[in-house]
Design a protein around this ligand. Structure first.
Ligand code: ZN
Length: 340
C-alpha cells in the first residue's frame, strides 16, 4: 500500500506540472480527491489493514492527501496570477488617447441675451433684481401711473388671480419696490418673465422676457439715456450699430421714445426682417414720469431718472435672425442647438 501511495503522489506531481487551465485542475482534483478518487479509495481500504499497520499507513496517506491538496492550491494561485498578469499586459490604459467629446447642452438664446445684458450693466455698477412673478395690482399698474380706468390697461390687462393680484405684465413692478425701499442714487436692472393676454402668433406670446433699466439721480437727462443706449446696443449688436429715437407714449415715462437700431440681419442694407428700411424697432425708453417719482417718495424737483425696457425675445430674434417667436418656446433641441 505504501508503494501505491508513492505512485499516486508521483503521478499527481507529474500531471500537475503540465496543467495550464483551471478546468484541468478540477478534473485532477476529482481523479484523486473526489468521492471515488484514487486517494479516497485508499482511505476506504485502510479498514482492511491490520491494527498494527493501519495507523502508520493512515499517517502516510493523510500526508499524501495534504500534499496533493497543497499542490492543487499552489497551482490554482499560479494560474490566477498568470491570468491577472495577462490582463494587465493586454489591457493597458493609454492616457494619451484623446477623450471623446461630451455632449453638452447650450444656453437658451433668450438666456444668452439676458446674461450678456446683465454682464454689461453689472460692469457699470447696476444692481440686478428678479422680483416677483405674482404681483399686486398696485405695483403692476397703480404705482406706474396706470389707474384702473386708464386706457393703457386694455393692451396690458393680464392674468388676474384675484381682483388685486396679477401675473406681472412687466418687470417695472420691481423698480417701484426698489424706489420705495431705496433713496437715490438708484441704478438697477429688473429682469424675468412677464405675462400678458395675447394670442400666440409669429411675434406675440402670452409669456415673454423683459429686462428693464432704471437710473434715478440728480441731473439725469435725456443725454445720459441716449449715451447709455448707444453703449449697450453697440456692445450687444456690434460697433457699426446706429440708433434712432422716435417719440412715443408710455404712462410711466415723459418724454417717451421707441428706439430703432441698424438691422442686425442686413447691417442696414435692407432685407425682409427690416422691411427694407435698414432699421428695426428694438426697445422702449424714456425719462421717468415725475408723478411716478413723487408717488414713491422721491422729490421730482431734485431728482430725475430714465428707464429702458428691453424685450429679450425680440432682441434674441434680431440677434439670431429668427422671425417666429414660437421657435423659442417649442423646445426643439435641434433648432436651439444651432443658436449658440
Ligand atoms: Zn434688414
Amino acid at each position: 500500500m505504501k508503494n501505491k501511495i508513492e505512485t499516486i503522489l508521483s503521478e499527481v506531481k507529474q500531471k500537475i506540472a503540465n496543467i495550464k487551465e483551471k478546468n484541468e485542475l478540477f478534473h485532477l482534483h476529482t481523479e484523486f480527491l473526489g468521492k471515488n478518487g484514487k486517494i479516497s479509495t485508499l482511505l476506504k481500504d485502510l479498514k482492511n489493514l491490520s491494527a498494527d499497520e493501519r495507523p502508520k499507513i493512515g499517517e502516510i496517506l493523510n500526508k499524501c492527501r495534504n500534499e496533493v491538496e497543497n499542490l492543487i492550491k499552489l497551482k490554482t494561485e499560479e494560474i490566477d496570477n498568470r491570468i491577472l498578469q495577462e490582463k494587465l499586459d493586454n489591457e493597458k490604459i493609454d492616457v494619451t488617447i484623446p477623450v471623446k467629446p461630451y455632449k453638452t447642452g447650450t444656453a437658451h438664446p433668450i438666456s444668452v441675451v439676458q446674461r450678456d445684458l446683465m454682464k454689461f450693466f453689472e460692469s457699470r455698477g447696476f444692481e440686478i433684481k428678479y422680483g416677483n412673478d405674482v404681483e399686486t395690482d398696485y405695483y403692476c399698474f397703480e404705482a406706474l401711473n396706470v389707474p384702473k380706468d386708464h386706457p393703457a390697461r386694455d393692451a396690458q390687462d393680464s392674468f388676474y388671480i384675484d381682483p388685486e393680484t396679477v401675473l406681472r405684465t412687466h418687470t417695472s413692478a420691481t423698480q417701484i419696490r426698489t424706489m420705495e425701499q431705496q433713496k437715490p442714487p438708484i441704478k438697477m436692472v429688473s429682469t424675468g418673465m412677464v405675462y400678458r393676454i395675447d394670442d400666440i402668433d409669429g411675434t406675440h406670446s402670452p409669456i415673454f422676457n423683459q429686462l428693464e433699466v432704471l437710473v434715478v439721480d440728480e441731473n439725469v437727462t435725456m443725454c445720459d439715456l441716449k449715451g447709455m443706449l448707444e453703449d449697450v446696443l453697440k456692445f450687444l449688436l456690434g460697433e457699426h450699430t446706429q440708433i434712432k429715437l422716435r417719440p412715443s407714449y408710455f404712462p410711466f415715462t415723459e418724454p417717451s421714445a421707441e428706439v430703432d437700431v441698424t438691422c442686425p440681419k442686413c447691417a442696414g442694407k435692407g432685407c425682409s426682417l427690416c422691411k427694407n428700411t435698414g432699421f428695426i424697432e428694438m426697445l422702449g425708453c424714456g425719462m421717468v414720469h415725475p408723478k411716478v417719482l413723487e408717488r414713491n417718495g422721491i422729490d421730482s424737483e431734485k431728482y430725475s431718472g430714465y428707464a429702458i425696457g428691453f424685450g429679450l425675445d425680440r432682441m434674441a430674434m434680431g440677434r439670431y435672425g429668427i422671425d417666429n417667436i414660437r421657435e423659442f418656446y417649442e423646445n426643439d433641441i435641434n433648432m436651439l442647438k444651432q443658436l449658440k
